[in-house]
Design a protein around this ligand. Structure first.
Ligand code: ATP
Ligand code: MG
Length: 643
């Protein structure tokens, strides 16, 4: 792994948290967690104050997680009403449409009106406190209105990413037992229309719902079921303009969100009200060093937890201006991200390694056409970022000026747990660096023994933090089984990690992805990083497969840069390259050139499927409903070399 260190730049030394503050606050969060969190919780407004801070147990027989339990508040009130005296005319949301000529600004005052109307429409359709509402929308402001409307009246939203199929949608509607679906006639991404309402119709052939509320996005002609389907615009015109917010208990559910399904059947992760809001608001402000008036852009879809916590709830709780983008990075050209940054004067930009690698493959020229002078900070989330992609992001996009916060977290964690604080933490490309306040990571070996100092093993978290998942919706047993039974008394992340001598954490990928070659444990992320460091490689995915002599062999899928050709010569060169970069133990046994890799719709490589193909088990690929492009799989099966 990269040994390079990027110290905190001079002009960042006045950031909110410097090194001394980080150490002092971390220490305090460890010695007096209740005092620390009671103080931090004052950043949001409570209707009735809490008297207990934390009550949690990770004991396998009695898992229970509660924060600020007897306090009451409302998330929508905190994200909107609270800001109105000061910020009614400030932009809350900048919406950038798929078509680069279309965008709009929504002020906090306007947001209030939209959310109230949306809430009243939901009420009109019988939605009450605790009811589940499925939101299947494109990246349009109505997605934010609908989510906040649920929060306002105490309904639980379940946002399903607009790219999911009718099957995947039906499964989630059924699991959440939701009577009301909010959708749009169509979505628009990269100039292409997405038939959202038609997908809902297909899903509702399998499961039932009482009302479908349809937002008009393209005005396309769609099928209509009278008595079940309603036009949002007509409904909104028929309801009252104001809607009081409901008083919610801190532990009342806020939303259910299904994990991306990289490792199996998605889990309905349940988050609650008070702790989640405190945690997302705190981490948004500190990790991104957000300052009033700045424009902040997270490119995730609201269908993922990143969109929930860091497009919507964290930024709005902080009174920020948050940008919401309907489109894709390569439409109408691969300069789109950089054009949007210039157009709206974006100061903080938060995206995923998969996007960075794709844009890196298109070269520097499309980036350099833009100015990006407004940029101050860059962020990454979703997968380990290969040092190569990190360096490119830093040098080309950030012009060596912007720190990169590599943020490690999960749907289950609600917010960022391990990440640099840009004014405090020297950066190492590829490392998520250090834990945030109140987060106590440990590395354990397979027996569950805690390892000290520099080490590598399984990443667990020793104690609860306010943003933590409370249960798997409707399945407490699966919750306990998945997260608390592997290492008794600890939250198991499912990820592997290495800790270096400076106490920095390096996420090595999912524990399932570790390969055991002749008794040596190798993290797939490291081999992938080595491959991507080669100038002709744009992306790589490495899995293990049964090998007669070594136990497991190394099977690498490699996608090439634009203009590079898959030849036998290049294959040999790559094998030699990895040997030199890591060592002979990491020599790939098989390299398959792949035009594309199977990814979840959030852009993560699905190694589970790649493993099956490498093993030659084409018949049992498992749940592929969360794949972005199922066609890629067939191509890989066809192109598999003999092993
Ligand atoms: P499922 O749990 O259904 O298999 P998933 O784990 O991909 O899906 P998410 O909750 O969206 O669903 O992703 C969290 C995972 O993403 C983490 O456990 C980790 O493996 C990876 N991840 C996220 N951010 C980072 C990061 N900065 N560095 C390394 N890995 C990351
Ligand atoms: Mg996961």
């Amino acid at each position: 792994m990269s040994e390079k260190i990027y110290p905190v730049p001079e002009d960042w030394k006045n950031a909110r948290v410097d090194e001394a503050t980080y150490r002092a606050l971390y220490e305090r969060s460890m010695k007096d967690p209740d005092g620390f969190w009671a103080e931090q919780a004052q950043r949001i407004e409570w209707i009735s104050p809490f008297t207990t801070v934390k009550r949690s147990s990770f004991d396998t027989h009695n898992v229970s997680i509660k924060w600020f339990e007897d306090g009451t508040t409302n998330v929508a009130m905190n994200c909107i009403d609270r800001h109105l005296p000061e910020r009614a005319n400030q932009t809350a949301i900048i919406w950038e449409g798929d078509d680069p000529s279309v965008s709009k600004h929504i002020t906090y005052g306007e947001l209030h009106d939209h959310v109230c109307r949306f809430a009243n429409v939901l009420k009109k359709h019988g939605v009450k406190k605790g009811d589940r509402v499925t939101i299947y929308l494109p990246m349009i402001p109505e997605a934010a209105y609908a989510m906040l409307a649920c929060a306002r009246i105490g309904a639980i939203h379940s946002v399903v990413f607009g790219g999911f199929s009718p099957e995947a949608l039906a499964g989630r509607i059924e699991d959440a037992q939701s009577d009301v679906i909010v959708t749009a006639d169509e979505g628009l991404r990269g100039g292409r229309r997405v038939a959202l309402k038609a997908n809902v119709d297909a899903a509702l052939e399998k499961v039932e719902a009482k009302s479908v509320i349809v937002v008009t996005r393209t005005g396309a002609e769609i099928d209509w079921v009278p008595g079940r389907d309603f036009r949002y615009e007509e409904e909104a015109a028929s309801v009252h303009a104001d809607c009081p917010y409901a008083e919610m208990g801190a532990e009342d559910p806020l939303f259910i969100l299904y994990t991306s399904g990289s490792t199996g059947k998605p889990k309905g992760v349940l988050h609650t009200t008070g702790g989640y809001l405190v945690y997302t608001s705190l981490t948004h402000e500190l990790v991104f060093d957000y300052r009033p008036g700045e424009v902040y852009w997270c490119t995730a879809d609201v269908g993922w937890v990143t969109g929930h916590s860091y497009i919507l709830y964290g930024p709005l709780a902080n009174g920020a201006t948050t940008l919401m983008f309907e489109g894709v990075p390569n439409y109408p050209s691969v300069s789109r991200f950089w054009d949007v940054i210039d157009k709206h004067g974006v100061n903080i930009f938060y995206t995923a390694p998969t996007a960075i690698r794709a844009l890196m493959a298109a070269g520097e020229e499309p980036v350099k056409k833009s100015s990006r002078k407004s940029l101050r900070l860059l962020g990454s989330v979703g997968e380990p970022i290969n040092p190569e992609a990190w360096e490119w992001y830093h040098r080309v996009v950030g012009e060596d000026r912007c720190p990169i916060v590599d943020t490690w977290w999960q749907t289950e964690t609600g917010g960022i747990l391990i990440a640099p604080l840009p004014g405090a933490t020297a950066l190492k490309p590829g490392s998520a660096t250090r834990p945030l306040f109140g987060v106590f990571p440990e590395i354990v070996d397979s027996a569950g023994d805690v390892l000290e100092g520099a080490c590598e093993g399984n990443l667990v978290i020793a104690d609860s933090w306010p943003g933590q998942v409370r249960t798997v919706f409707g399945d407490q047993e699966r919750f306990v089984q998945t997260y608390f039974s592997t290492y008794s008394g600890k939250y198991f992340t499912g990820d592997g990690a290495r800790r270096d001598a400076d106490g920095y954490y390096w996420i090595t990928g999912r524990v399932d992805d570790v390969i055991n070659v002749s008794g040596h444990r190798l993290g797939t992320a490291e081999i992938e990083s080595a491959l991507v460091a080669h100038e002709k490689v744009s992306e790589a995915a490495v899995v293990g497969y049964p090998h007669d002599l070594k136990g497991q062999g190394i099977y690498a899928y490699v996608t090439l840069m634009e203009g590079a050709h898959p030849t036998e010569h290049l294959r040999k060169e790559l094998v030699k390259w990895v040997r030199e970069e890591i060592g002979p133990i990491a020599t790939p046994d098989v390299i398959q050139f792949a035009p594309g890799l199977p990814k979840t719709r959030s852009g993560k490589i699905m190694r589970r499927i790649l493993r099956k193909i490498a093993e030659g088990e084409f018949g049992s690929l498992g749940d592929t409903s969360t794949l972005a492009e199922p066609g890629v799989v067939e191509e890989l099966v066809r192109g598999r070399p003999a092993t």
